[in-house]
Design a protein around this ligand. Structure first.
Ligand code: C2E
Ligand code: MG
Ligand code: MG
Ligand code: MG
Length: 280
């Protein structure tokens, strides 16, 4: 009913807003029982090394199977709800365990290094149990800690930078790798790059998308790569969709690529067969 109204009367936007609020609240209710109803799963997107062309790692990305079709949602729709409600602490804990379990399975199947990157939101990072969650995910899966990489965004570090730095130092001491995700879109100062001990920088896909059309974006990408390398960080380009983009980024010195060109996010068995083919 609200849907009808919203669609037919462009001038009246409140039905739209009400409809959206109802949808969000229904979605949140459904998300609350998501863990017990096994509605979350992980897909993985491969990362390719620029020099060796080998697949050296994957990023775990959360997906949600809704109990009703109208509650289907993308991560950029449901992750903010998980964050606002605090549910991300439990769901994110599950993500960590599941990603580490999968990393152990690939280690056993393939006998080569495939690291798994997990996205961490600031709510999780600042939860008192965070470091324990990492420890237990590592302990249960028995993987080498450097097979686990945590991806953080600049915006999740600005809230309480001193506390974030202390927590990340603890995590780093366990041997876990750290990546700064969506780099270039946040609000942090460049001093954040040295204040936190990151191993990798991920150039935001927005810069990659416009690299041929917007000369400024090209310059930003060049600057990010130069700065990353000067600080001893590996630089990963996200959202690489075309051969031309990859070639350009490789020429600029990017160390690895992630994007639809190398592979779309896939189920673990799809990734396994992709990795298996690479071995032949
Ligand atoms: P992100 O961490 O920056 O992940 C990359 C996003 O870009 C993914 O979207 C991926 O599917 C998409 N992508 C990859 N290659 C390409 C490409 O070539 N072109 C385009 N257009 N897109 C590409 P996805 O899976 O929808 O996730 C969106 C965001 O949701 C993630 O951005 C991350 O911030 C968040 N997210 C996903 N999973 C989790 C999770 O387990 N925990 C938390 N806290 N956040 C998550
Ligand atoms: Mg990420
Ligand atoms: Mg990203
Ligand atoms: Mg993002």
């Amino acid at each position: 009913e609200a849907k009808e109204l919203g669609r037919n009367s462009h001038a009246v936007f409140s039905p739209h807003i009400a409809e959206l609020q109802n949808w969000r609240s229904d979605l949140l209710t459904a998300l609350r029982s998501g863990l017990t109803e096994n509605r979350f799963r992980l897909v993985y997107q491969v990362q390719q090394n620029a020099n060796s062309l080998a697949i050296t790692g994957v990023e775990a990305l959360l997906r949600w199977s809704p109990p009703r079709p109208d509650l289907a949602a993308r991560p950029d729709q449901f992750v903010p709800l998980l964050e606002q409600s605090g549910l991300i602490i439990e769901v994110g804990g599950w993500v960590l365990h599941e990603a580490c379990r999968q990393a152990a399975a690939w280690r056993d199947q393939l006998g080569e290094r495939i690291s798994v990157a997990v996205n961490i939101s600031s709510v999780q990072l600042h939860a008192p149990c965070f470091v324990d969650r990492i420890r237990s995910a590592l302990g249960e899966s028995n993987i080498n800690p450097d097979l686990l990489e945590l991806e953080l965004t600049e915006s999740s570090l600005v809230i309480e930078p001193a506390k974030a730095a202390a927590t990340l130092a603890e995590v780093k001491a366990l041997g876990v790798q750290l990546a700064l995700d969506d780099f270039g879109t946040g609000y942090s100062s460049l001093s954040y790059l040295t204040r936190f001990s990151f191993d990798r920088l991920k150039i935001d896909q927005g810069f990659v998308r416009d690299i041929f059309d917007d000369p400024k974006d090209l310059e930003i990408v060049k600057a990010i790569i130069a700065m990353g390398h000067a600080l001893g960080l590996e630089v990963v380009a996200e959202g690489v969709e075309t051969v031309d983009e990859r070639d350009l980024l490789e020429g600029l010195g990017c160390d690895s690529f992630q994007g639809y060109l190398v592979g779309r996010p896939g189920k673990p068995e799809e990734i396994s067969s992709m990795l298996g083919v690479g071995l032949l």
